[in-house]
Design a protein around this ligand. Sequence first.
Ligand code: FAD
Length: 317
Amino acid sequence: MSEVLVLVDHAEGEVRKTTGEMLTAARRIGDASAVFVGAGFDAAKEALAAHGAAKVYRLEAPEFDEYLVGPTAEALAQLVQRTGAATVILPSSPEGKEVAGRLAVMTASGVITDAVDVQAGEGGVSVTKSVFAGGWTTTSHVAKGVAIVTLKPNSVTAEEAVGEAADEVVEVEFSDVAKGARIVSSEEKAASGRPELTEAAIVVSGGRGTGGDFDPVEGFADSLGAAVGASRAAVDAGWYPHSSQVGQTGVTVSPQLYVAAGISGAIQHRAGMQTSKTIVAVNKDEEAPIFSMVDFGVVGDLFEVLPQATEKITGSQ
Ligand code: FAD
């Protein structure tokens, strides 16, 4: 079987759920090898083995500490050349896509972004994408060079590899990867203490119905230990950051519980949350389209319903 390189998605060694999903997808099409870039490898080792990384390439050097896309792409290009890997899978995050694009140029290969599935197929790997807000599914393959694929979070279910994992760790030396790379600014992560949107088991999202006041949404989210999301209307109005936008042009979430408050349920919003296990909506319009897809719906004003629900939860804790 050919080798499939998976760029590990992690924060200081804390492996994100996407990594298990990418390794699971990689194992379907070849021998999965994890590529760990940056600091914190010891914390990540167990999770990588559990998800069936047959081999781990470890790149730990100061150049990688800030997860700069340039050095990462350059290092992956060198690794592709050394290993002869036919496929590289990366997370569909803004950074993952930028690394993928650069890697495609460096290796004269094709790239497919936002995949929801990969399978072994004719001409190597067959890549499935969901397009037009989930209305259509396309299957394609990369005809030239290495197949570089970014996988959307929550589209493949991460499976543990029973008895398959090897623990071969290859320390890799690279030449010249930091050429021209320099941090000119960096943003401190918001210290909300909430889980990451794509990782959270519960997501509470607010829309235009909040009128810009996200206090009830955040209060309810915090009572449940949930992440906070937003509709595009709320993001476009400047009420919440774009990184929190759920939907076709935002992130895809697939939590155990998704609560939509003051969100009408446009098809582009559904595209980012319709695979959630249980969906609850709070909307004062009983005709709102969101009610056609929910498990539980509350017709009411979010400024009354959410604080009451928050009080119930915090009161019972
Ligand atoms: P609205 O549609 O205005 O709905 C507001 C809802 O709040 C209404 O149903 C109203 O009854 C309810 N409400 C009002 N006040 C209250 C209250 N006090 N209590 C309870 N309920 C109340 N949208 C996304 O979300 N994500 C995307 O990624 C995205 N991508 C897009 C890409 C393209 C190419 C296009 C064309 C559109 C995209 N959109 C996306 C926009 C999408 O079409 C909708 O316009 C958007 O989702 C609407 O947001 P909303 O539901 O918050 O607002």
